[in-house]
Design a protein around this ligand. Structure first.
Ligand code: XUL
Ligand code: CO
Length: 476
């Protein structure tokens, strides 16, 4: 082993060990931030970063919005109400830049290298300063991102309660979780899954963890609760009873619905489809698979979907396709706003920068009349090589501006009217008496055969795809 590899291994080991066992609250030794005896951070976490303002498209200021203007009304709604942007705690405050080949690259000034309760609280303060300066109203979290695991479930719950009490205080009346969730994938106990584990005691543990996560989401005024089944799937069908696992998943979700109602949590329950990673095959593969699962088990009225764009492309669809599938099934609840890389086959969780993609996304959102009580959660992270604190702001501003441009483009397309007209004309043969009979389910095969003989060979018009693409491009 080369010396540099030994050093990397040593660094990884240290980071993992600190993360796993926690430790006494300490202050960063080598940075300017002031730290009191209690481990509390004094002063700003993001000094020099102002409240981010709208400066318009001619601005060259990286710390200003060029397209997102929160109070501006577009298509009858304020931009902030179309988007309901949310910061993902796990990427922004727990992302280290580590990857399977390399040690962390990000050492934020307020981090002390521990997973202690004191550190969790300091991070929570950084979260709310970030949210305030960015000017958004929502945040999303996993239970174990925000508070350290304890030695027992009771201890983990007590840790969570302590951090959540601080979060509640820091939120004030304006900020809430867009959604909360339980982390059922990191701990080794979940290696076979949570709700679909072959081990009954793990099923029970997962249920207890979700119960608590729903409670704290409710306590914080969360508007939704997410189920992402990262390990609810399989690595091999040879050792898997898929039917039984799917039945267990349905029972688990039924119990979550019952508990939500019992405690008076009115937030929407969301399932977040993803085809694979970390398992070879996840049960919530894509929107259509998940809709079928919900229908089969009689859960369709109790859940909506959280569509993540990078998950959509991993399942071989576009984000727009997944959004439309969800919308047409009455299931579009929330968007995890990110994008992948066409050259990379895994979940890269990048901030969206493609204006064309953002415009397609906003088409679905506008057709859906918005997403509330859902919104856009930036389930997106800085690249490993982006290591300045200001990069956290620049990334979010870029993502917000990209989606804002998408919304403005959809408004232009709707106002111009030629694309909707092209689509209307394409199906206009059905806007007839016989078309109406077909659409009402009143045209049987004998009747249609008679018509086919009467009309002879159909004249089939052009689909005008290139014209549609030209109109779309003109709006970007
Ligand atoms: C993983 C992913 C998760 C969920 C919440 O790909 O998207 O962060 O959004 O567990
Ligand atoms: Co996600």
């Amino acid at each position: 082993m080369k010396p540099v590899e030994i050093l990397l291994l040593f660094l990884c080991f240290n980071v993992f060990t600190f993360g796993a066992i926690g430790g006494p609250p300490t202050c960063p030794a080598d940075l300017d931030g002031e730290c009191g005896d209690s481990g509390e951070w004094k002063g700003e976490f993001f000094p020099g970063i102002p409240k981010i303002k709208y400066e318009g498209p001619s601005s060259k200021n990286p710390l200003a919005f060029k397209w997102y203007n929160a109070e501006e009304v577009i298509l009858g709604k304020k931009m902030k109400d179309w988007f309901r942007f949310s910061v993902a705690f796990w990427h922004t405050f727990r992302g280290t830049g580590a990857d399977p080949f390399g040690a962390p690259t990000k050492y934020w000034p307020w981090e002390d290298g521990t997973n202690s309760l004191a550190m969790a609280k300091r991070r929570m303060r950084a979260n709310f300063e970030f949210i305030d300066k960015l000017g958004v109203d929502f945040w999303c979290f996993h239970d174990r991102d925000i508070a350290p695991d304890g030695k027992t479930l009771e201890e983990s719950n007590a840790n969570l309660d302590e951090v959540v009490a601080l979060a509640k205080e820091l939120q004030g009346s304006k900020i809430h979780p867009l959604w909360g969730t339980a982390q059922l994938f990191l701990h080794p106990r979940y290696m076979h899954g949570g709700a679909t584990s072959s081990e009954l005691s793990v099923y029970a543990y997962a249920a207890a963890q979700v119960k608590k996560a729903i409670e704290v989401t409710h306590y914080l005024g969360g508007e939704n609760y997410v189920f992402w089944g990262g390990r609810e799937g399989y690595q091999s069908l040879l050792n898997t009873d898929m039917g039984r696992e799917l039945d267990h998943l349905a029972r688990f979700l039924e119990a979550a619905v019952a508990y939500k109602k019992k405690i008076g949590f009115n937030g929407t329950l969301l399932i977040e489809p993803k085809p694979q990673e970390p398992t070879k095959h996840q049960y919530d593969w894509d929107a259509a698979t998940t809709a079928n699962f919900l229908r089969k088990y009689g859960l369709i009225g109790e859940f909506k979907l959280n569509i993540e764009c990078n998950h959509a492309t991993l399942s071989g669809h576009s984000c727009h396709h997944e959004l439309e599938t969800a919308r047409l099934n009455g299931l579009l609840g929330n968007i995890d706003a990110n994008t992948g890389d066409p050259q990379i086959g895994w979940d890269t969780d990048q901030f969206l920068t493609d204006i064309g993609e953002a415009t397609m996304v906003m088409f679905s959102v506008v057709k859906n009349g918005g997403l509330a009580p859902g919104g856009f959660n930036f389930d997106a992270k800085l690249r490993r090589e982006s290591t300045d604190v200001e990069d956290l702001f620049i990334a979010h501003i870029g993502g917000m501006d990209t989606l804002a441009r998408g919304l403005r483009n959809v408004a232009k397309i709707i106002e111009d009217g030629s694309l909707p007209e092209l689509v209307r004309k394409r199906y206009s043969s059905f806007d007839t008496e016989i078309g109406a009979l077909i659409e009402a389910g009143k045209a049987d095969f004998e009747f249609l055969e008679k018509k086919a003989i009467e009309w002879g060979e159909p004249k089939v018009p052009s689909a005008k795809q290139e014209l549609a693409e030209m109109i779309f491009q003109l709006a970007l």
